[in-house]
Design a binder for this molecule. Structure first.
Ligand code: FAD
Length: 422
């Protein structure tokens, strides 16, 4: 549907996943949309680019969806990119413990009753049913509880299941992560059976799946998309946003115009004095390595979870291995050469390669990858509505109730779009 050029406009600021999901929803509903992005390209924390050092197109970091991520998958449907994700037909997560050499596959069963925790063939090595049942304490989590307040650390199950799960889902160590938010993840995945736990990754890249199809949809619907437009200030009058100041350009807002601010929390706080936002974040460190041969992991299961080293996950696409370390506060402080050496050490052991021959490695540190999903920081997530009657917030960090992920970003963008139309 193309918008009526005389109609009121919605100005969406920030072309990350939240801004894109918002703009697509509005444009497809026939609204006039203008999308402004400070960078030269869209995608924000979820993007692909050509890396000159490796001479490959890479993602800023591995992103994984689960089949439980309903809104994220429906966003992909909406932009015509659902088929661009690949993953195994059944939920399966291969793991290796670099310290002991143990290898196993996490395979939740079909159906809501998680009987896999009682099956010796499916349990994580060195764990027993009692360890899993102890994890049910998470169901009683109060807002102030950390994961370690309810699940005792130090057991094999903690190090091989709870820690990797917490860090992957919340980008926060279990010593400080919110137990209530982790319980939401467990409830929506493991307690819904394997059909909700299937891992999905972009076949080609994040740009090809999440970003370019959205831009094409926006273009098709006649939306304006403007890059290198950094919002510097919001002029207000009578409890409304009255104009947007982009430095060289000033956009006066009509009476019926709306604004969606889909920028990171610190930027939103600068633009809207008095707004409470999560003020603590956690880094994710990624490394991309050119391997001596292609497809070292099976194409139907091209990733591997690692415990007992520095690395959390290895993904293989063609001859590039991409490594992820979440909640990587310590690693992010090290120099890139030291990071590369540590992650190559893990990769060589996990994939059975000659460690003495370190190939070219590109390290990418996302210092503010997500908000710190601690009980304290989560209390600072604001709702989409603001004190300005025509301005709404979006972003994975807003109060969607979900971990700060693509799912949360899409939910926030769509919620803001609905408020603009209300
Ligand atoms: C390395 C890494 C790995 C991740 N892994 C996963 C994963 O496996 N699964 C998952 O679901 N999620 C993952 N995430 C989280 C996911 O990327 C984010 O939740 C999502 O991309 C957030 O989107 P957003 O639109 O809320 O924010 P952002 O992507 O931060 O978008 C904000 C946009 O606003 C723009 N902007 C900033 N200031 C201004 C301004 N003044 N004017 C105009 N524009 C401005 C920015 O340039 C940016 O494009 C990962 C994140 C990282 C960094």
């Amino acid at each position: 549907m193309t918008a009526d050029p005389s109609a009121a406009r919605v100005h969406v600021v920030g072309a990350g996943i939240a801004g894109l999901a918002c703009a697509v929803r509005l444009a497809r509903g026939g609204r006039r949309v203008a999308l402004y992005e400070a960078a030269a390209r869209a995608g924000g924390r979820c993007r692909s680019f050509h890396d000159g050092q490796l001479d490959r197109r890479i993602d800023n970091g591995n992103h994984i969806l689960l089949s439980a991520n309903r809104e994220a998958l429906s966003y992909l449907e909406e932009i015509g990119a659902r088929d661009s994700l690949i993953g195994p037909e059944r939920a399966v997560f291969p793991f290796v413990d670099l310290a002991s050499g143990a290898r196993w596959r996490l395979r939740p069963n079909a159906g809501r009753l998680p009987w896999w925790i009682a099956s010796a063939a499916r349990q994580v090595p060195d764990t027993g049913l009692g360890d899993y049942l102890a994890g049910l304490r998470l169901a009683r989590a109060k807002p102030a509880d950390r994961v370690v307040d309810l699940i005792a650390p130090g057991t094999a199950l903690f190090e091989r299941f709870w820690r990797p799960l917490t860090v992957a889902a919340l980008n926060t160590a279990p010593e400080e992560a919110s137990a209530a938010l982790l319980w939401l993840v467990v409830r929506e995945t493991f307690f819904k059976g394997e059909a909700a736990c299937r891992p999905l990754i972009a076949r080609e890249g994040l740009g090809e799946s999440f970003v370019e199809p959205a831009l094409a949809r926006l273009q098709g619907a006649g939306a304006e998309v403007r890059f290198k437009q950094r919002l510097r200030a919001i002029e207000t009058a009578e409890g409304r946003a009255a104009a947007l100041d982009f430095g060289e350009a000033r956009v006066a807002l009509g009476q019926a115009d709306r604004v969606v601010l889909a920028v990171p929390p610190a930027v939103a706080a600068d633009l809207l004095p008095g707004l409470t936002v999560p003020d603590d974040s956690r880094p994710i460190v990624n490394a991309h390595i050119i391997l001596p041969e292609a497809d070292l992991l099976p194409p139907e299961l091209p990733f591997l979870g690692l415990v007992g080293g520095s690395t959390d996950w290895v993904f293989v696409r063609g001859d590039v291995a991409s490594l992820t370390v979440s909640a990587a506060e310590d690693l992010a402080e090290l120099g890139n050469d030291e990071v590369a050496a540590r992650l190559w050490h893990d990769t060589a052991r996990a994939l059975g390669l000659d460690e003495s021959r370190q190939p070219p490695i590109r390290v990418i540190k996302e210092k503010r990858a997500t908000l710190a999903q601690t009980p304290q920081a989560l209390q600072r997530r604001p709702p989409a509505r603001t004190d300005l009657s025509n301005l709404f917030l979006a972003g994975d960090w807003t109060d969607t109730g979900y971990p700060a992920t693509i799912e949360s970003a899409v939910r926030s963008g769509r919620a803001a779009a609905a408020l603009c139309c209300a």
